[in-house]
Design a protein around this ligand. Structure first.
Ligand code: NAD
Ligand code: 0WE
Length: 262
């Protein structure tokens, strides 16, 4: 029996079979969870339905997190089938493309800042708030996905770094406010992975090469490795862990220097 058997997991952010959310959904399914998936718009619906089928997911619902109604409707629909929810995965980020290229101070705009923080950070608290009635009093867990750009300046990551710093603070405030209701809140900070969100990022290839050189494991990490850590953090095996940012990055964040001679 898997360590998530009997658990019900709502997973946002599946866009393709390269999505981090897909690695998480697959790991949770393997460990016995029942999966519900969301898609952000009509264009994405068929792709998400096809992937959800592979996981025998009984529930596939729309949710664009930029709209309050989008979030409220998700949980009113979910309540029609599930009387409780054990796991909620937030694997969503968005900034305007123009904000992710060039020097930060020269590219940041008021509107770009607003959108990045709204979609990439506020939405996690908003989902948690709307899910509260379904999740309280039942050993449940929320999880989001961050990136080291929250705590270190990474070229071109720009306003997304500020949004991830906000997302990580969100994890701590959500954990404190939901803990006594039996709800844990954590993040995985993942190393760089080739996903749709990474496609078209300037110099991504050279970032990956630099990462491989600097990471103690000497290689990239996979969506399955993120999925395994995510499944653990959302399981009762992690019942003492909340408010944490767990790095799944081959140790990259722990390395201090590299030698370029070998
Ligand atoms: P992805 O493109 O597969 O997933 C991003 C998801 O965000 C998509 O499913 C997209 O539909 C969703 N999304 C965007 N705007 C939305 C909205 N308004 N409403 C609902 N959903 C919306 O890429 P990914 O790399 O799997 O990204 C998932 C998470 O992982 C993001 O938070 C990202 O910041 C984080 N992350 C990615 C990497 C990486 O290198 N790929 C590294 C660390 C963290
Ligand atoms: O969080 C991310 C990517 C988030 C993202 C990606 C896009 C691309 C398409 C947010 N918004 C958009 N908007 C788009 O229009 N990552 C951790 C992956 C990533 O993105 C980078 C990175 C890394 C790593 C951008 C610049 C530098 C490094």
């Amino acid at each position: 029996m898997g360590f998530l058997s009997g658990k019900r997991a709502l997973i946002t952010g599946i866009a393709s079979n390269r999505s981090i959310a897909w690695g998480i959904a697959r790991a949770m399914r393997r460990e016995g969870a029942t999966i519900a998936a969301t898609y952000p718009n009509a264009k994405m619906e068929p792709r998400v339905r096809k992937l959800a089928d592979e996981l025998d997911a009984p529930i596939v619902l729309p949710c664009d997190v930029s709209s309050d109604d989008g979030i409220l409707n998700l949980f009113s629909e979910l309540r029609n089938t599930w009387e409780g929810l054990d796991i909620l995965v937030h694997s969503i980020a968005f900034a305007h493309q123009e904000e992710l290229v060039g020097p930060f101070v020269e590219t940041v705009t008021r509107e770009g800042f607003r959108v990045a923080h709204d979609i990439s950070s506020y939405s996690f608290a908003a989902l948690g708030k709307a899910a509260l009635p379904l999740m309280e009093g039942r050993q449940s867990a929320l999880l989001t996905i961050s990136y080291i750009g929250s705590v270190r300046a990474i070229p071109n990551y720009n306003v997304m770094g500020l949004a991830k710093a906000s997302l990580e603070a969100n994890v701590r405030y959500m954990a404190q406010s939901m803990g006594k209701k039996g709800i844990r809140v954590n993040a995985v900070s993942a190393g760089p992975i080739r996903t749709l969100a990474a496609s078209g990022i300037k110099d991504f290839r050279s970032m990956l090469a630099g990462f491989e050189q600097a990471a103690p494991l000497g290689r990239l990490i996979t969506i399955d490795e993120v999925g395994n850590a995510a499944a653990f953090l959302c399981s009762d095996l992690a019942s003492g862990i909340t408010g944490e940012i767990t790095y799944v990055d081959g140790g990259f964040n722990t390395a201090g220097a590299i030698l370029t001679t070998s």
